[in-house]
Ligand binder design. Structure first.
Ligand code: ADE
Length: 246
């Protein structure tokens, strides 16, 4: 996969793209990242990327020219189609499902604005997706793009080893993960649940599945509504509900 990032603050990406799993993803050649200052694409003398809004009002608006030219050039070297993703609080909320969808693509172009709004023609005629990482306003799209890039890159084949496998992550099953414990079995009187020390793998798996269900029900009931539950799961959740309300 090729990921191009258009930003006025390329230095923001240095640490994130060159650490941990994102660094490994590059080393394994699963992905190449290019961080591009789109001011380089301005055709005006003062290299201005924004201008006053038509109709008046506070704030500046990013002009279409540098972004259209940059995207045209980035696409021109590509044989396959490209997704052009605008980071903005008005976009579709990022989910694991969206990350999985994007991880199937060959070329992603992220557009990150700072302070300013975007000229509407960028939204209407340049981008294929608008993504928000949550209902809060960041200073710019960069941090949000890093979140999307992280969630996508870790899904690419070969990037995660067995130890870090994404299959068991919270959300990939539609439910939150069960609790984890490691040594010691007794820490300051806080004991690891006996079942985990039992060596009975079927029992352990059942405990994990039920803890995952319980945790999701108690913390994120909205996810339970969407999960495919068995009859046994439903009976178990009735019991959890009773315990909670008693
Ligand atoms: N830019 C500013 N706030 C944002 C958000 N919540 N998500 C994506 N991009 C943003």
């Amino acid at each position: 996969m090729k990921i191009d990032i258009l930003t006025l603050f390329p230095e923001m990406f240095d640490g994130v793209l060159n650490s941990s799993i994102l660094k490994k993803a590059q080393e394994k050649e699963a992905v190449t990242y290019s961080v591009i200052d789109f001011r380089e694409y301005t055709t005006n003398k003062h290299r201005k990327v924004d201008d006053y809004p038509y109709g008046g009002g506070a704030g500046m608006v990013l002009t279409p020219q540098p972004l259209f030219d940059a995207v045209d050039q980035l696409k021109s070297g590509q044989e396959t189609s490209s997704r052009v993703i605008l980071m903005c609080p008005q976009g579709e909320r990022l989910t694991q499902q969206k990350a999985e969808e994007l991880s199937q693509e060959d070329h992603l172009i992220f557009i990150c604005g700072h302070y300013e709004g975007y000229d509407e023609r960028i939204r209407a005629h340049l981008v294929t997706d608008e993504i928000s990482i949550g209902d809060y306003v960041l200073t710019g799209g960069e941090l949000a793009a890093m979140v999307v890039i992280d969630s996508v890159s870790r899904l690419l084949p070969e990037v995660l080893g067995n130890e870090e496998s994404s299959k068991l992550d919270s959300y990939s099953s539609g439910l939150l993960e069960h609790p984890h414990y490691t040594r010691p079995a007794d820490f300051r009187g806080m004991r690891v649940p006996e079942v985990l020390l039992s060596g009975d793998h079927a029992k352990i798996q059942k405990w994990r599945d039920q803890e995952s269900l319980k945790r999701t029900f108690l913390r994120r009931p909205d996810l339970i509504d969407m999960a495919a539950l068995s009859e046994e799961d439903r009976i178990y959740l009735e019991k959890v509900k009773k315990d909670r309300d008693s």
